[in-house]
Design a protein around this ligand. Structure first.
Ligand SMILES: [Zn+2]
Length: 193
């Protein structure tokens, strides 16, 4: 989840304690969402069930970013055999904390491979901000929780083009997935500089 506004509430502490259940919504599931649990090579079929072309573009860019870091490929799959589906968030999914997007957590119950964006996100965020948001949300799906360092793309508010994947983030993702050999130490800028 990523918040657009500075609201000092508990920092995703809920992600750290006990078994939890993911949000749900009126969407078609992805039957291969378990691809996200693989420690080795992942091949993600992606279904774009969104009314927001800017959200779809941002997710494609974010998948390219992650596929340069992780041993992972992705391709479009408009069927139920997808691993990941981009869906239009409902008010119920977003309202609690002014979230603009939310991913499901792979370790929680009811994981269906969904990543939800406010379909109106293009009206108040730039393309780079939406892209950084998509990198953040995919980070959750690759097992990352929030990072308390404000420059990290996994900080809980306002990811943007200046955000980085820092050493803490890389260590956390390395614990679950295979990092490409070309990847050295962080910080890795989300946008090339
Ligand atoms: Zn988040």
């Amino acid at each position: 989840m990523l918040r657009a506004f500075l609201t000092f509430t508990l920092l995703a502490a809920s992600a750290l304690c006990g078994p939890k259940s993911n949000w749900s919504g009126p969407y078609q599931p992805c039957s291969n969402s378990s691809e996200f649990l693989k420690p080795g090579h992942m091949d993600l079929g992606v279904r774009y069930d969104t009314s927001s072309p800017v959200a779809a573009d941002a997710l494609r860019r974010a998948l390219r970013f992650w596929s340069a870091i992780l041993d992972m490929d992705f391709h479009e799959d408009s069927s139920r055999s997808c691993s990941l589906a981009l869906v239009d968030a409902t008010h119920e999914i977003l309202n609690e904390n002014n979230d603009v997007a939310r991913a499901q957590f792979t370790d929680w119950d009811n994981f269906r491979g969904w990543i939800a964006f406010d379909p109106h996100i293009g009206e108040y965020m730039s393309a780079d901000e939406i892209y950084a948001t998509a990198v953040h949300e995919l980070g959750h799906m690759f097992g990352l929780f929030h990072n308390s360092h404000p420059t990290s793309v996994m900080f809980y508010i306002d990811a943007d083009g200046s955000s980085v994947l820092d050493e803490t983030d890389l260590d956390a993702v390395r614990a679950r997935h295979t990092i490409r050999q070309s990847i050295r130490r962080g910080p890795i800028p989300v946008l090339p500089r």
